[in-house]
Design a protein around this ligand. Structure first.
Ligand code: PEP
Ligand code: MN
Length: 338
């Protein structure tokens, strides 16, 4: 942090700041410029709270020099993090395809889906068992039965599985079946849940909050990492804007921005990002071309009959077609696929 003092700052007030910083064990440097004093305070642990210094009447301006997300930042680690989930390596050369239903509904549905995901070159099967729904009257998932079916279907097709955890007390049961735990959009600000998954030794898929800035999203990742779990994959899934043509506004620019600010992998979910199945192929291709490390796509054997999010789910034909296009884009981007 850089503190610029007022021109006529008193020696007493300059000393006061140095003492305050010294007391907390922080390194202090004083630069005497052209009549103005500049104090540089360094903290090896992370960003500093500026409020105690703001109260000093001789302080003109405070400039933070560290991001509030330290562990998640590129400054902490310059090489990109690669998160291994089953056979997939997310954040490396590969463009990783994750697909599955919004919710696990029954054995026929999830086994048919796991076969097609494998066939398309997918590496991870997704499927909700505990569903956070906007309406209390909607389908909320099969619970543990859904987790079992997801794990069985993944296992039989040779796919890792990812599923959402919505409450702290589900952690043991979800971790028992899932290879990667998803923190959904609605829970990005649930700091207790973030801390709990931070204590696990399992990869976490952290979705961007409905109206979260990129900085808030990276701070949510920081909560997980600060507990010791550095296997975090970020997922852009659209944010709420004034536009009503789509369910959310998919922020593809988040991909290169995250790549610059953070070493963590980033994937894109164009299904929730648009809320319209017919927009999913083009937005998937655009995300891959923007440098995303993977895609998460909702699919269903009969989208018309899906118990949740059928309107944004691809059927098997359009999914296979999309996989072919993604392979071409991956190659053009110098990535592998499938
Ligand atoms: C989901 O992936 O099933 C989901 C509910 O997504 P989101 O948290 O992005 O709404
Ligand atoms: Mn869904």
């Amino acid at each position: 942090m850089i503190i610029i003092m007022k021109k006529d700052a008193s020696a007493h007030n300059i000393q006061k700041i140095c003492k305050q910083a010294g007391k907390s064990g922080l390194a202090v440097d004083i630069l005497k410029g052209t009549g103005r004093t500049i104090i540089v305070i360094e903290n090896i642990r992370g960003p500093l709270e500026s409020s105690p210094f703001e109260l000093n009447e001789d302080v003109e301006k405070i400039i933070p020099i560290a991001e509030s997300y330290k562990l998640a930042g590129r400054n902490y680690k310059s090489e990109s993090t690669v998160v291994k989930v089953g056979e997939a390596k997310i954040g490396g050369k590969e463009l990783v395809l994750i697909a599955g239903p919004c919710a696990v509904e029954n054995p026929d549905q999830i086994f048919a889906i796991s076969d097609i995901v494998k066939k398309a070159g997918g590496k991870i099967l997704r499927g909700g068992a505990f569903k956070p729904r906007t309406s209390p009257y909607s389908f909320h998932g099969l619970g543990e039965e859904g987790l079992k079916l997801l794990a069985e279907a993944g296992n039989s097709a040779g796919l890792a599985v990812v599923t959402e955890i919505i409450e702290v007390d589900q952690i043991d049961i979800v971790a028992q079946y899932a290879d990667m735990l998803q923190i959904g959009s609605r829970n990005m600000y649930n700091y207790q849940l973030l801390k709990e998954v931070g204590r696990l030794k399992k990869p976490v898929l952290l979705k961007r909050g409905l109206s979260a800035t990129i900085e808030e999203w990276l701070n949510a990742a920081e909560y997980i990492m600060n507990e010791g779990n550095h296997e975090v994959v970020l997922c852009e899934r659209g944010i709420r804007t004034f536009e009503t043509q789509t369910r959310n506004t998919l922020d593809i620019s988040a991909v290169p921005i995250i790549k610059e600010l953070s070493h963590l992998p980033i994937i894109v979910d164009p299904s929730h990002g648009t809320g319209k199945w017919n927009l999913v192929p083009s937005m998937s291709c655009a995300s891959a071309a923007a440098g995303a490390d993977g895609l998460m796509i909702e699919i269903h054997p009969n989208p018309d009959e899906a118990l949740s999010d059928g309107f944004q789910s691809l059927n098997f034909d359009s999914f296979m077609e999309l996989a072919k296009q993604l392979k071409k884009i991956a190659m053009a981007m110098g990535r592998s696929f499938g």
